[in-house]
Design a protein around this ligand. Structure first.
Ligand code: BGC
Length: 753
């Protein structure tokens, strides 16, 4: 039940939390604080007690209670390990789980603090149920708007995705649960991802088992697709999942270049590589190519099947030993050898996680259109509200939204292995009922959006004139299939048009997995408001109602561009067995700018119920003296015993960008200043790329000095000849903006290297 005291409490949290953002990065509590060196030494000790047969057996998963299980060795008091989905809560259909808002939704908050808090809550549930490895974060790029899994990831920009991955890894691992970054790498579509998966005979038949190949160049790999994975490794990531697809013609789970070269070599990743479920295509090539464990079963290629190859010398025993060390090191790193909870996947470990879940649900919603302040609903003038659309209420099928493209009802998450069966899900209509009672607003609804008789007759209701009409539309997608198009379910576009033709104050709520084509109705003069409600998790209703009634000021921002034409994206699902990443680094807003295409809504865009001004931009370069303190400051909240920043200095701060942000409106609210960087020509970059942001919450009239830090890597480009991150000499432009639209730039300056 919603009561005003609770809302005040939530608002206080939301509007004060960023002032204490750093204090919330608390570090691990309640378990061993080990370094990687200590963990690896314990893992070496463990493996030294295993026979060759046992070692081989441990390179494949075994049957057990979780979606993935590691062989127990009772002789050594080792009870095995549990791997379990998903990135946004404990999944695979277990009981008593919180369905958190999805990856795409937390990214839309642009709030690292909330990202950390959400991940910590997710980690607590995994740990509470006794799960050792959480199969998240999912961080494939939103390269293709129709990709069925975009909702699980963090959007279309590598920097944004990397910052989210960083917060996620530390939030989960601070609870003593290993995070698993997936799917490594370039798994940006479902079509042809694993054609031979279903039948075992296909799985071992080399002609039937080959997936599509993502083909890309080295610069694009480093600057776009590897970037977020590099951030997750720097955070201290324990595990990585290689993907179904091929990369440049070699399967991702036996790809020497991407696994041994980039991941374990260049990024110095000390943890284990697990295969996606059924993604292993070979034994010897995979073991030599960098795979450490075949999931979910080793029988075909690894596990006991690899023993003959070790005996005949095709794979060295030291490589098998290395695989076990890597599989065990994350377990020791996070102290799972001491006092880890017994496995019980149905145990309720949700605590008060609904609070952060509700907060994130609200923070990730994006106000796209608000003509003449149509929102928020003002109960003294808007005392009649009409609700239309199946997406406003509950589905007839319960919460099983993982089920179908035809799903009608509020969507809490998308489908597939990423879907978490919610312990409960509160739909918008239910929450609007509560708000209506509290605010003396009358509410009417038609949730059967094909009942045109009921819809049309509602327009003749007593009191309809002057009412605000909320139209709910949704778009679903799932793992295993890409979307057919970028339109909503069950004729949602038609519904908006019918309502807008009759209701001068039509407000559309878009409950969508990822990009949607808004063109059929967005310019209708009666569509005075559009709120993107995203994939908000099981606290959808309360979060949305707070925004619609002005109890929470929306501040989310788009994490992808919304195009006018689907072809404007310039990238799409490949239906052949090859996906050529010929756009290179020109993805999403970088591409729209390069080709001079005006989108409907820009990457980074989102409105608020208040207004902001920006002033006093100052750029300072870290010198040796303040570098120490800036460096310490930048890292202190993020350094963990398990952090892995590497020795290259790439994550050292080199510039500090400060400016003042002021809330000039009448209500509490937040803004997301975004730092876009322009490089000298040598770097061969898009005109501008995102390299900083913060979500800043301010009361009316309040000002704050915002500080954004550029690291060495942030100002570098990948030099393919030198095979290094290089700072190009010349002028760099710094734009502080509120979206990727040049018209939204608020402050501009430059520095010289
Ligand atoms: C998915 C992974 C998931 C695994 C285990 C695969 O189909 O691609 O993301 O973790 O199944 O359920």
């Amino acid at each position: 039940m919603v009561n005003s005291h609770f809302i005040v409490a939530v608002l206080l949290v939301s509007f004060t939390c960023t002032t204490s953002i750093h204090s919330i990065w608390i570090g691990n509590v309640g378990f061993q604080n080990r370094t990687w060196a200590q963990a690896i030494s314990l893992a070496k000790d463990f493996v030294s007690k295993l026979t060759l047969e046992e070692k081989c057996n441990m390179t494949g998963g075994v049957a057990g209670g979780c979606v993935g299980n590691v062989l127990p060795i009772p002789r050594l008091n080792f009870n095995g390990m549990c791997y379990q989905d998903s990135p946004s809560g404990v999944g695979d259909r277990v009981a008593h789980s919180t369905a958190f808002s999805a990856g795409i939704h937390i990214a839309a908050t642009w709030d690292r603090n909330l990202g950390y808090q959400r991940a910590a809550a997710i980690g607590r549930e995994f740990r509470g149920k006794g799960v050792h490895f959480a199969l998240g974060p999912m961080m494939n790029m939103d390269r293709n708007a129709r990709h069925g899994r975009d909702w699980e990831g963090f959007g279309a920009d590598p920097y944004l995705s990397g910052e989210n991955a960083f917060a996620y890894v530390q939030g989960v691992q601070d609870q003593g649960v290993v995070a698993t970054a997936k799917h490594y790498i370039c798994n940006e579509q479902e079509t042809n991802r694993n054609p031979g998966f279903l039948a075992r005979e296909n799985r071992v038949n080399p002609n039937a088992r080959i997936a599509y190949s993502a083909n890309l160049d080295d610069k694009t790999m480093h600057e776009i697709y590897l970037w977020p994975f590099a951030s997750s490794v720097a955070a201290g990531l324990g595990s990585i999942m290689c993907s179904y697809n091929q990369v440049n013609g070699t399967p991702a789970c036996q790809n020497d270049k991407t696994l041994n070269g980039l991941l374990k070599g260049e990024l110095q990743f000390p943890g284990n590589v697990m295969s996606d479920w059924g993604a292993t295509k070979s034994g010897v090539e995979s073991a030599l190519g960098g795979l450490d464990i075949d999931m979910p079963r080793g029988g075909d290629f690894l596990g006991s099947a690899i023993l003959p190859a070790v005996k005949n010398g095709s794979v060295s025993e030291s490589r098998i030993t290395d695989m076990i060390i890597r599989n065990m090191a994350p377990f020791y790193l996070l102290g799972q050898d001491e006092g880890f909870p017994q496995l019980d996947l149905d145990r309720d470990a949700s605590g008060n996680n609904y609070i952060v879940n509700r907060e994130v649900a609200a923070a990730g919603m994006i106000l796209l259109k608000n003509t003449n302040n149509a929102l928020p609903i003002n109960p003294s003038t808007d005392n009649m509200v009409y609700v239309y659309g199946g997406a406003a209420g509950q589905s007839d099928e319960g919460y099983r939204s993982g089920a179908s493209q035809q799903h009608i009802g509020a969507l809490y998450q998308g489908g597939g292995s990423g879907f978490v069966d919610p312990a409960y899900g509160i739909d918008p209509l239910s929450s609007l009922m509560h708000k209506s009672r509290d605010n003396h607003v009358q509410i009417r609804y038609v949730t059967n959006q094909n009942d045109f008789g009921a819809i049309n007759s509602s327009f003749h209701d007593r009191g309809f004139t002057g009412a605000k009409c909320l139209v709910f539309i949704s778009a679903f997608s799932s793992e295993g299939a890409d979307r057919h198009d970028l339109y909503s379910l069950d004729g949602g576009e038609n519904l908006v048009q019918i309502v807008a033709a009759n209701c001068p104050k039509t407000i559309v709520i878009v409950n969508s997995v990822a990009q949607l084509n808004l063109e059929p109705w967005i310019d209708h003069p009666n569509v005075v408001g559009v709120l993107w409600s995203g994939m908000p998790g099981q606290e959808y209703g309360p979060a949305l109602a707070d925004i619609l009634f002005g109890d929470y000021n929306p501040g989310g921002k788009l994490v992808f561009t919304l195009a006018k034409k689907d072809t404007d994206f310039g990238t799409d699902i490949s239906t052949t067995m090859v996906s050529e990443y010929t756009e290179g680094v020109f993805l999403d807003y970088r591409h729209f700018e390069q080709k001079d295409i005006t989108p409907r809504y820009y990457f980074g865009f989102g409105l608020s119920y208040t207004t902001f001004t920006f002033s006093q931009l100052d750029i300072s370069k870290s010198n040796n003296e303040n570098k120490q303190s800036a460096s310490a400051q930048y890292r202190q909240t993020r350094t963990r015993s398990y952090s892995n920043f590497g020795s290259s200095g790439l994550y050292d701060p080199v510039y500090e960008i400060k400016f003042t942000l002021t809330n000039t409106g009448k209500v509490n609210g937040s803004e997301v200043p975004q730092l876009y960087l322009g490089f000298p020509a040598e770097a061969q970059q898009p005109r501008k790329v995102l390299r900083g942001f913060d979500r800043v919450y301010l009361g009316p009239g309040q000002s704050k000095q915002v500080s954004l830090v550029l690291t060495q890597k942030d100002i570098s480009y990948w030099n393919v000849v030198k095979q290094q991150w290089i700072v190009a000499p010349g002028d760099y432009t710094v734009w502080i903006s509120t979206s990727a639209n040049n018209a939204d730039v608020k402050l501009q300056s430059s520095f010289h290297e």
